[in-house]
Structures are given as structure tokens and as C-alpha cells.
Design a binder for this molecule. Structure first.
Ligand SMILES: Cc1cc2nc3c(=O)[nH]c(=O)nc-3n(C[C@H](O)[C@H](O)[C@H](O)COP(=O)(O)OP(=O)(O)OC[C@H]3O[C@@H](n4cnc5c(N)ncnc54)[C@H](O)[C@@H]3O)c2cc1C
Length: 378
């Protein structure tokens, strides 16, 4: 078994790490303060190839695959989980179009997504339907060869930063009663709502979408009518969950670094607190969580790159484990900091807040466990 990354993945890792340290890090304080995504990052992320990692070369991507993507998102998230989140959902939008789009849709949208004209999105969640996908109320009614959308979405990442939204809406009843659409920015009857004020992942754009008699042409249907559930589930399970797992992995890496640094730097009883066994055990726990999450994330991505059908189960495992581990590890790192951990000037509090938000985004732990127990028991 070879745990050495291929050369190209190593290059992606180095590029993402340098980009995160040099370009993203200086923007973090303002993102924390304002909750706004710095717009100039979009093109800069495109320039270093982050936006097209899983898009084929013919559409302007690098086609480097999911292991490279996981490694890149983790490096970015180690510095800013909010930017990692933005990137991971961008890939969700791109893969939904890649997988379900017509030739014309791919030719029109994928090059724009790779070169940073705008970010991608995948709008599924609604006030009446989060975990309960079929509880959604947004409808798309056929009319004069096209469709009329009515309803709303909530908690949508990149809501205000996208040029075209991948939107799932009801076109009938039951699991075959959902369809996917591409709704362009500026379409009459479509408007993004408020930008949410979140406790964590501050600076990642999370917002509402409103559709009021929003007319779109027949070419807006993404995939066949009735395939929306399939499109949503595949996009969430094979791109969204590993993406969230990678964001959590970045948080875990940062929590480990902060815990080690503070333990060595803080002196009590005349010695660094790293000499106290209680602190050592915390650090050891964080270390085990980090390494376990890392291996789960890498393996799930490796399986996806090999086209293995069981990759979704492994991605769910990686998501459930890494996000829960990020909460545990960041809390332990925060405790190691004592009172300093509760001060805004120490980054560890941000890691803890970010980790908490990652648990529900991309599907909650409970839903993850339902999926995993089905895979094990059925
Ligand atoms: C920062 C952020 C970004 C997001 N980005 C996007 C995005 O880009 N696109 C998008 O479509 N959505 C997005 N979401 C929404 C996210 O996918 C949902 O929050 C998630 O699926 C949970 O849905 P909900 O919030 O409605 O919670 P609910 O579904 O209302 O769940 C409430 C509680 O009930 C539990 N629960 C629900 N069903 C069961 C069950 N059957 N058994 C046991 N427990 C259950 C849940 O685990 C949870 O604890 C984002 C969310 C966040 C926080």
C-alpha cells in the first residue's frame, strides 16, 4: 500500500498551501469582522487552478481529481474554513453541471466556472426541507415549453456569488417528482435574499434564494425531468460530503498546530504546560482524530478517482467522522488555551465555531449515520 501522493497531488498541495498562507490569511480578520466574502479572491483562486480541479481539461479544468481536491480544500481550510467551504460548494455546482448537463450547458457554464467568472452553487435546502428532501415546496410548473419556478431556498452557499444556480424543484410527486434546473443570475422573478449572519464559517456567503413566477426556457432543465433527486443525492454524497470532510480536515490540522504551539509556549509551575499529562492526553487525542480523519478523507477520494461505486459510503464516513472530530479537537485545543481560548485574538475560537457549522452543512451527522447503517445492514 502506497501512502505517497502522486507528484501532481504534491504540487497541488504546495500551491494551495502557499496560496492559503500568502493570499487568504491576510483576508481572514476582515471576513470574521464583516461576514463577507472578499470578491477579489474568486479570480485569484481561478489563477492558481483551484476552481477547475475536478473539471475536464476540455472545459478549462485540470482534471486532477478528488484526491487533489481534498488535499487542496484541506490546505485552504487550515487557514480559512470559510474559503474552503466556498471552494467545495463551487465544485458541487460544477460537478452537477458536468454530470447532468447537456453539451450546450457544459460548454456555456463550465469554462466560466473554471476561469472564475463566478462561483458554482447547488441549491437544495428549503425552510420546509433540509434533511427531508421531499419536504421541499419550491415548484417548477411546465408552461409554454419552458418552466415557471415558485418558492424559496435557504442556507445556500455562494448564493450571491453565483452566475447560475443549480436549483432542485418539485415537478411532480415522490422521489421521481424532483427536477434540477440552471437558473441564471438576473433572470426575472429570481432574486437572492439576505446573506446569513453565521457563528462560524464567517465570510462564506450563505443566503436565501427566491423564485416568484420565475420563467426559464426548456434549456434550463439540468438532466431529464424527474432526475432531480438523483442529481441532488449524487452531488451531495460524492462531492458535497467529501468536500465538507476536507474542510473539517483543515480545521483539525489547524487545531492540532494551535494545541501544540500553545502547550509548548504557556508556562505554569515553572515549566511549559506540555509537561502536564492532562495536556499531553488532549494533544494525543487530537493527533489520533486528525490522522484518522486524514486517512478516511484520502481513501474516500482515492476510491472516487478510481470510479468505485462504494466511494459514497466512504465519503459519508469521512464526513461524519471528520466534522465530529473537528468539533472534538477544536474544543480540546480551546481548553488547552485556558482563558486565552475564549479571546477573539486567538484563532482557536474560530476553529471551534467553524467546526460546529460544518456538522450540519452537507447533511447532518444523524443523516450520515442513517446512510451508513443502511449500507451496513441492507
Ligand atoms: C453553512 C451552511 C452552508 C450550507 N450550504 C448549503 C448549500 O450550499 N446548499 C444546500 O442545499 N444546503 C446547504 N446547507 C443546508 C444543509 O445541507 C442543511 O442545514 C442540512 O441538510 C440540515 O438541514 P436543516 O438545517 O433543515 O436541519 P433539519 O433537517 O431540520 O434537522 C434538524 C435536526 O433533526 C435531525 N434529523 C433530521 N432528520 C432526522 C432523522 N431522520 N433521524 C434522526 N435525526 C434527524 C437532524 O440531524 C438535525 O439534528 C448549508 C448549511 C449550512 C449550515
Amino acid at each position: 500500500m502506497d501512502f505517497e501522493f502522486p507528484n501532481q497531488v504534491k504540487i497541488v498541495q504546495r500551491t494551495a498551501r502557499d496560496f492559503a498562507r500568502q493570499v487568504v490569511a491576510p483576508l481572514v480578520p476582515a471576513m470574521e469582522e464583516t461576514g463577507k466574502f472578499p470578491g477579489k479572491l474568486l479570480r485569484q483562486m481561478a489563477e492558481v487552478g483551484l476552481l477547475g480541479l475536478v473539471t475536464p481539461k476540455r472545459y478549462g479544468g485540470s482534471e486532477l481529481g478528488y484526491l487533489a481536491r481534498t488535499v487542496a480544500i484541506a490546505e485552504i481550510s487550515k487557514v480559512s474554513a470559510a474559503v474552503g467551504m466556498t471552494l467545495q460548494v463551487h465544485h458541487m455546482g460544477a460537478t452537477a453541471i458536468l454530470e447532468w448537463g447537456s453539451h450546450a450547458q457544459k460548454d456555456e457554464h463550465l469554462p466560466k466556472l473554471c476561469r472564475g467568472d463566478f462561483f458554482g452553487t447547488c441549491a437544495v435546502t428549503e425552510p420546509t426541507g433540509g434533511s427531508d428532501l421531499l419536504g421541499m415546496a419550491t415548484t417548477a410548473r411546465p408552461e409554454r415549453g419552458g418552466w415557471v419556478l415558485n418558492g424559496s431556498k435557504c442556507f445556500i452557499t455562494n448564493a450571491h456569488l453565483a452566475g447560475a444556480q443549480v436549483v432542485i424543484a418539485k415537478t411532480g410527486e415522490g422521489s421521481r417528482g424532483l427536477s434540477a434546473f440552471l437558473v441564471k443570475k438576473g433572470t426575472k422573478g429570481f432574486s437572492p435574499g439576505r446573506n446569513e449572519h453565521k457563528v462560524g464559517l464567517r465570510g462564506a456567503d450563505t443566503g436565501e434564494l427566491f423564485f416568484k413566477n420565475c420563467r426559464v426556457g426548456p434549456e434550463s432543465l439540468l438532466g431529464d425531468e424527474g432526475e432531480g433527486m438523483k442529481a441532488a443525492l449524487k452531488t451531495i454524497s460524492e462531492t458535497g460530503r467529501p468536500g465538507m470532510a476536507a474542510v473539517a480536515l483543515g480545521i483539525l490540522e489547524a487545531a492540532y498546530d494551535e494545541a501544540v504551539k500553545f502547550s509548548k509556549g504557556r508556562t505554569l509551575y515553572g515549566k511549559p504546560i506540555a509537561n502536564l499529562q492532562a495536556i499531553q492526553w488532549h494533544v494525543a487525542d487530537i493527533m489520533v482524530d486528525l490522522e484518522t480523519a486524514r486517512l478516511l478523507c484520502w481513501r474516500a477520494s482515492w476510491l472516487k478517482d478510481r470510479g468505485r461505486l462504494d466511494c459514497a459510503t466512504h465519503m459519508t464516513m469521512a464526513k461524519v467522522y471528520a466534522t465530529e472530530a473537528a468539533v472534538r479537537a477544536s474544543q480540546k485545543a480551546l481548553e488547552i488555551h485556558g482563558g486565552c481560548g475564549t479571546m477573539m485574538e486567538y484563532p482557536v475560537q474560530r476553529l471551534w465555531r467553524d467546526a460546529m457549522v460544518c456538522v450540519s452543512a452537507g447533511g447532518t451527522t444523524e443523516i450520515g449515520k442513517i446512510i451508513l447503517s443502511r449500507a451496513a445492514l441492507n
